[in-house]
Design a protein around this ligand. Structure first.
Ligand code: HEC
Length: 403
């Protein structure tokens, strides 16, 4: 095993670990503050006229009493806690992971010649441009009046996201297209913290320090962006796990699958945000669930009409020896205990296809991934032919014989 690939695997694992931890800290505190805001008792019992709302809670064996001051208490507390490094480290570790996994392994993870024949650097350039471009478009949109109406903004934003997902899907392999859409949304979210929420809070603190009343616009703008982030969390988290589910990203309609699941996530989030305020709208999660069920039905494995004339395999060619030869040529460079491809250290998804017994054991999954979904070989880097796919299919349908 190449030492380099082994070290890269460790680097990826550690960065992924950090990404998960900081992501939990970020999204966790963000969920907590949205929950807090939505549960505030307004007007408060607190006699201080500057207090906008208050809330009591109990956790970990103690009682907490939070009060919200819209533009501060009129003075600056000696110790004021900020929440920003969670977001910054989530983004940095996420970008690190993107670079280590996808950009460094672009020929394996980003380029799919069936989608578009690209040099690895071109694929990386497209991915990076999508991150930057998506963020610029979002920022631009936030500076128009559209941002005043949450619903209008959501609709236009979703249409643009759909265009982006469709566009990337025409250029990059499905898995890379998905993860870049996720990274793009994540970049917008961190941009909100870095460029709007934190600077606005700094301006408010500076005004208070000078004995002035802070301009409430900074608070309002920060709140708007924080609400955007809140609605984006469920979609972004789905996209982060989607790359373990080739069924979601591998079809021609992958961009539509991504959009429908995104909308479902936002509806479910909206339900909880309203529920915090005591408003129960069951149609929101029901619609979300119906959308997910619709995607599940749509993705149910069924043979897609093959492009061009159907390939008929003569029954005498459907032998295990032929199947094993195809698997050896097209799959085993990755799906081996010690893959020969530099990008892999162990068999991807734990699926080894070197032994006859393994091939038989995984026959159903092989059929699904290589014949029906055509998600494997990943990016078709090993150039499997249509005929070979048809032979694998015929073998499986004949009951996956061992001879
Ligand atoms: C370039 C490397 C590569 C090649 C070649 C390759 N695969 Fe994979 N395969 C992967 C990766 C990476 C995953 C794991 C995706 C994930 O993270 O879950 C995977 C996952 C799978 C899975 C599990 C997916 C699931 O969730 O059911 C199956 C089955 C599979 N491959 C079959 C094949 C077959 C059959 C071939 C040959 C026709 C093949 N692969 C060729 C990289 C490869």
């Amino acid at each position: 095993m190449a030492l380099e690939a082994y070290l890269l695997d460790w680097a990826q694992m550690l960065v992924r670990w950090v990404h998960l931890i900081t992501g939990i800290a970020w999204i966790g505190s963000s969920f907590y503050f949205v929950w807090l805001d939505n549960h505030l008792e307004v007007p408060p019992k607190d006699p201080n006229p500057r207090v906008y709302g208050e809330i009591w809670s109990v956790h970990g064996g103690g009682f907490y009493h939070n009060r919200k001051f819209m533009t501060g208490p009129g003075w600056i507390p000696e110790r004021l806690h900020w929440f920003k490094y969670e977001a910054y480290f989530t983004w940095m570790s996420g970008m690190g992971l993107l670079a280590l996994l996808y950009w460094a392994g672009a020929s394996t993870f980003m380029v799919d010649p069936a989608v578009m024949v690209l040099e690895p650097w071109q694929a990386v350039a497209v991915g990076a441009a999508a991150l930057l471009g998506g963020w610029l478009i979002y920022e631009g949109l936030c500076r128009t009046d559209l941002v005043q109406s949450g619903l209008d903004f959501a609709v236009i934003g979703l249409v643009l996201l759909g265009v982006m997902a469709f566009g990337l899907g025409q250029v990059l392999g499905g898995r890379a297209a998905f993860i870049h859409i996720g990274a793009m949304i994540g970049t917008c979210m961190v941009g909100n913290v870095f460029f709007v929420i934190i600077p606005g809070q700094k301006k408010m603190v500076a005004a208070i320090a000078q004995g002035q009343e802070p301009d409430p616009i900074y608070g309002l703008r920060g709140k708007q962006r924080s609400v955007h982030n809140n609605y984006l969390t469920l979609p972004v988290l789905f996209i982060m796990i989607s790359n373990h589910y080739p069924m979601t990203y591998s079809g021609a309609w992958n961009w539509a699958v991504l959009m429908v699941i995104t909308v479902a996530g936002m509806l479910i989030r909206h339900f909880f945000n309203l529920k915090h305020k005591g408003i129960i709208k069951p149609w929101l999660p029901l619609t979300g669930a119906a959308l997910l069920a619709g995607v599940a039905v749509f993705l149910y494995p069924r043979p897609h009409a093959p492009k061009g004339p159907a390939i008929v395999i003569a029954p005498e060619r459907v032998t295990f020896a032929n199947v094993q030869e195809i698997i050896n040529n097209r799959c085993v460079s990755c799906h081996a205990a010690t893959p020969s491809r530099a990008a892999f250290v162990t068999a991807p998804a734990g699926i080894k296809l070197e032994e006859a017994g393994d091939i038989k054991r995984w026959a159903g999954r092989i059929h699904e991934q290589a014949v029906i979904r055509r998600a494997m070989p990943q990016g078709n880097v090993t150039a499997i032919t249509e005929e070979e796919r048809a032979l694998l299919g015929a073998w499986y349908l004949a009951g996956a014989p061992g001879k």
